[in-house]
Design a protein around this ligand. Structure first.
Ligand SMILES: Cc1cc2nc3c(=O)[nH]c(=O)nc-3n(C[C@H](O)[C@H](O)[C@H](O)COP(=O)(O)O)c2cc1C
Length: 189
């Protein structure tokens, strides 16, 4: 069983992302999504900088147009089938949130710590979505690093930390390989 919500410990032990292409309605309603985002913000953050932002993608057709334009600019020889695959995520899952890294360059807090904080927000966003009975997925893909997509979504120094798809899984989730604890845990001295 995945995402077992019978206790916090059971949930954390069984946490599993979904696949955006397999996510169907329902997704979170307005009140649930607000709660999910507020929960995600409750994240370790050295210096109280809040170096992250959320963008809710409300017009999926406009987002598909943006991906289309960006992909074709980067891949002028792309075949229609490749373009279709590249823009398909724009229409996946009922809810799409883009998480931005918003570094505070002037701060004394090292940028690597700010980056870890946005990573923690991403993890928390998945937990919050799962806590409300949905399944989430954190995808970067080509679009997060594309200059046209970044220019359309980000301000100044912001970067895309990930695209978060949230919905209801249409298919059962499957386990993926996990680390062998003894391989990655050691004692010191
Ligand atoms: C920053 C980041 C970017 C990711 N981007 C992708 C991606 O583009 N495509 C993909 O298949 N998985 C991507 N993943 C991995 C999935 O989100 C997911 O963590 C993985 O499939 C393991 O599933 P789990 O969350 O159930 O452990 C990314 C993960 C992270 C942390």
């Amino acid at each position: 069983m995945f995402n077992d919500l019978s206790s916090v410990a059971a949930y954390l032990k069984t946490r599993r992302s979904g696949k955006p292409r397999d996510m169907i309605a329902p997704g979170p309603d307005r009140a649930q999504l607000d709660l999910i985002l507020q929960t995600a913000m409750r994240t370790p953050d050295h210096g109280k900088l809040f170096p992250w932002r959320f963008v809710e993608v409300t017009d999926r057709s406009a987002f598909a147009d943006l991906l289309n334009k960006a992909f074709c600019a980067a891949n002028p020889d792309a075949r229609p089938v490749q373009i279709e695959a590249a823009i398909a995520p724009a229409h996946m899952a009922p809810t799409l949130i883009i998480l931005l890294f918003a570094p505070q360059e002037s701060s004394k807090i090292p940028l690597c710590e700010q980056e870890m904080s946005v990573g923690a927000v991403g993890m928390n966003l998945l937990h919050a979505a799962h806590a409300h009975g949905f399944v989430g997925s954190w995808i970067t893909g080509w679009a997060s690093y594309d200059p046209l997509v970044r220019a359309a979504i980000c301000q100044s120094e912001e970067r895309i930390a990930g695209m978060f798809f949230i919905g209801t899984p249409a298919l059962g989730l499957e386990e993926r390989p996990r680390p062998v604890p003894n391989d990655i845990i050691r004692q010191w001295p």
